[in-house]
Write a protein that binds this ligand. Structure first.
Ligand code: PLP
Length: 420
């Protein structure tokens, strides 16, 4: 019989096989210093384009003050126990009410983490007779939530409403047999490529099909819509989103998340969300901190305005210089280049060491083989000077990619790995 660990010793997986070259630098890097537009990486100053602190709240003095006071007042334990048992407080309720009203829903419920909360919400919304139809490029938390589902599921082509419609036809036929309903799941903004989910067109399909819509708006919340209420507000369809989700891990620069919807739906989820029923309540520091951040999001529109000034400068600068930034419709700024994984490593090293630019790099299997995706996340704490320096650096690295410099530099890496 095989040892269970045999596969682990033999195959580290598509990303894990690069660990000895990548760890500490390309993956698990340590960014140091206060979270801001410029931080330190391995002792060097870098412009950071890899942190989802969209509104620059992470290190805002008012936020830091409230966080510190909350820690002094409550410590990091309070309240103890799950919400249902002993972990419920007035401030949890207040935060829920304020979040619900901000995203124009009747009620909201707090989640300890976005990822777990999404998984658990999907699990709670469907039973085995129901059918899930979801975007094939969905975030891992959606994929993993769907994995728990005991019934049928269909994927539709990424952001392709025609494909969604075809799958809804199949799902409708199937639901008629099983006696179940249909849950459609999309992201408000797809975090890798930056396109908005086509929510407006998706909700139009409600006229033809009977389904409920669940939207993960992790990247839309705080960045899109007139008030910052997200992709639903931006597209004028917030009312048609049946269950709305956002995390505190991006615009609110913290930890935690929430779902919002009709009171009856949220009441149901309150009693059926296993991630909240069987886990400790969100700690008070985070609740108090989120109340402060939400207040700032609502009362300081200049934060979002500055964010978009930077987004527009970066995206138009890249386009003017002929870079392929795909079809982003959000702050997420992907730059697609052609090259192998070793070339990508040499390129990123050059960006960090010689240009002081720190951005995330995404390669196969997250995106197709032969493509390098550099992902830039502008925030309101960036400056136009940061944008200028970055644009100049990108022009330089593109030239070196095209003239084969990175291929040569990476040859030694390839040889060391025994790859061709
Ligand atoms: C689209 C999306 N959904 C959910 C999550 C998970 O949120 P959290 O970090 O709060 O677990 C993320 C990443 O943070 C995300 O990008």
């Amino acid at each position: 019989m095989k040892d269970l660990f045999e596969k682990i010793y033999k195959d580290k997986g598509p990303l894990g096989k690069w660990a000895s070259q990548a760890e500490g630098y390309f993956v698990f890097p340590k960014l140091e210093g206060p979270i801001s537009n410029r931080m330190k990486f391995q002792g060097k100053d870098v412009i950071t384009w890899s942190i989802n602190d969209y509104l620059g709240l992470a290190n805002h003095p008012e936020v830091r003050k409230v966080d510190a006071q909350a820690a002094a007042d409550y410590g990091s334990a309070y309240p103890m126990g799950a919400r249902m048992m002993s972990g419920h407080t007035d401030l949890h309720e207040q935060l829920q009410n304020e979040l619900a009203s901000f995203v124009s829903k009747e009620a909201a419920y707090l989640l300890n983490f976005g990822y777990q909360g999404m998984v658990s919400t999907i699990d709670a919304l469907v039973s085995k007779d129901d059918i899930i139809v979801y975007d094939v490029d969905a975030h891992a938390c959606i994929i993993d939530g769907v994995r728990l589902h005991m019934g049928k599921r269909f994927t539709y082509k990424h952001n392709d409403v025609e494909s969604l419609e075809k799958n809804l036809e199949r799902a409708t036929k199937m639901a008629e047999q099983t006696g179940g309903g249909i849950l459609v799941i999309s992201e408000g903004v797809f975090g890798m490529r930056g396109e908005q989910g086509r929510l407006k067109e998706i909700v139009t399909l409600k006229k033809k099909f009977n389904f409920r819509l669940f939207v993960d708006d992790a990247h839309g919340f705080g960045t899109l819509g007139a008030t910052g209420a997200g992709a639903g507000e931006e597209q004028g369809v917030q009312d048609d989103i049946d269950v709305y989700f956002a995390t505190f891990a991006k615009s609110l620069a913290s930890t935690g998340a929430f779902i919002a919807g009709d009171k009856e739906i949220i009441d149901y989820l309150k009693y059926n969300l296993r991630s909240q029923m069987f886990a400790k309540s969100l700690q008070m520091q985070l609740v108090v901190g989120a109340l402060k951040r939400l207040e700032m999001l609502k009362t300081m529109p200049e934060l979002k305005a500055k964010l978009w000034e930077n987004v527009n400068a970066l995206q138009s600068g890249l386009k003017e210089r002929g870079f392929d930034i795909g079809t982003t419709q959000s702050c997420v700024t992907p730059v697609y280049l052609k090259g192998s994984i070793p070339e990508a490593m040499a390129l990123v090293r050059d960006l960090r060491e010689n240009h002081g630019i720190f951005c995330s790099i995404v390669v196969y299997p997250v995106i197709p083989k032969g493509l390098i995706l550099l992902r830039l996340i502008p925030t309101s704490s960036h400056t136009l000077q940061d944008v200028e320096e970055t644009l100049a650096a990108f022009e330089a690295i593109r030239e070196r990619l095209e003239n084969g410099t990175y291929k040569r530099l990476s040859a030694s890496v390839m040889a060391a790995m025994g790859e061709s």
